[in-house]
Design a protein around this ligand. Structure first.
Ligand SMILES: C[S@@+](CC[C@H](N)C(=O)[O-])C[C@H]1O[C@@H](n2cnc3c(N)ncnc32)[C@H](O)[C@@H]1O
Length: 325
């Protein structure tokens, strides 16, 4: 190594063995991520009453304040600038039957990252609809898509992916791109995707197996606590991609192909360090654990990136399934 920082290793390995009900749409707006000094540091009444303990900021996006929504938008757009993540998350686009596709529905599209990627991949005659339950994220998606000159034949709509306003068989392809892990009810989501895809059409699901997400940390108790709380704050269904083969069957969809990769940053980091910074900041304000614990953990992540001893990784899976015939 020729001085300075060590080379980051972005490991993107194939794995041989691929392994609730709070409703934010019917709730008055409330800030869920909160400062410990505030009185609303408890889980939201609706989430708690529905027996859920997560406070997934994506599941609850319609109720989030501007600070949280800005952090979400920044992180989603940052992911789209990371070559390793883009390669693994968009690999399936090349396997979609796009030459036969007239209408694509991107559920939980956030700021429109996969909609813009699909616009670049698909022919100009293919209509693409991006849907998200956050009006603020949809507004950002519209603006960014226009700024990049990709608005032709693209429509953005606000809605709940569990209850779509489209008729049966209205789309040739439906994507759930990092949505299932954040949904109220992944099975209902898949059933709805199966309803609106045409017979024999494709439902594509890409997501993190966030139960596998881990960061290096010399204090194992602190590591486990921060990782548990990060899941509580960020991921409603951290194991859903392990359940996907069963859920697809229950939703009447036929599994056609699947693959898994581990995305690791070892030595130095861009992707996972940025996650530790942006989500660490939200965690610090969340009241889920003492802010000084998060600060200690974040300081270690920064230091380990600087001295070349960084480690963080998560598995990701892609499933392509066929709609009911
Ligand atoms: C992790 S983000 C992914 C955004 C985008 N697909 C991407 O990969 O950049 C998850 C998105 O799902 C949206 N979402 C969560 N539950 C939803 C629901 N029930 N209906 C519609 N959108 C939902 C959130 O608002 C958020 O934008």
């Amino acid at each position: 190594m020729c001085g300075g920082r060590p080379t980051p290793y972005n490991v993107n390995m194939s794995l041989a063995d691929a392994g609730p009900t709070g409703d934010p749409h019917r709730r008055k707006a409330a800030t869920v991520v909160s400062d410990t000094r505030r009185t609303d540091a408890e889980p939201t009444p609706k989430a708690a009453s529905a027996g859920r303990t997560d406070r997934d900021i994506f599941r609850l996006a319609p109720t989030m304040d501007a600070t949280v929504l800005d952090a979400i938008a920044a992180r989603l757009e940052f992911r789209a600038t990371d070559d390793g993540y883009v390669a693994l998350s968009q690999a399936y686009l090349g396997r979609l039957p796009l030459s036969d596709t007239h209408r694509i529905l991107a559920l939980g599209c956030g700021t429109g990252v996969e909609v813009r990627a699909l616009r670049r991949f698909a022919g100009p005659g293919t209509a693409i609809v991006g849907l998200d339950h956050s009006p603020a994220l949809i507004e950002t998606a519209r603006r960014r898509t226009a700024d990049e000159g990709l608005s032709d034949n693209v429509t953005y709509e606000i809605g709940d992916a569990h209850q779509l306003a489209y008729g049966a068989g209205a789309f040739d392809v439906v994507t759930l791109h990092t949505l299932a892990s954040h949904a109220d009810d992944p099975l209902r989501l898949l059933r709805e995707a199966g309803r609106v895809v045409r017979p024999g059409g494709t439902v594509a699901i890409f997501d993190g197996d966030y139960a596998s997400l881990t960061f290096g940390c010399p204090d194992p108790t602190l590591a486990r606590t921060v990782e548990d709380k990060l899941m509580q704050l960020l991921v409603a269904n951290p194991r859903v991609m392990r359940d996907m083969p069963r859920l697809l069957g229950q939703a009447g969809l036929r599994l056609v192909e699947a693959d898994g990769v581990v995305y690791a940053n070892i030595g130095a980091s861009r992707f996972w360090l940025s996650a530790a910074e942006s989500y660490g900041e939200l965690l610090e304000r969340s009241g889920l654990l003492p802010p000084e614990d998060v600060q200690r953990w974040r300081a270690f992540q920064t230091r380990s990136d600087q001295d070349g001893s960084f480690f963080a990784a998560s598995n990701y899976y892609t499933y392509l399934a066929q709609g009911p015939t």
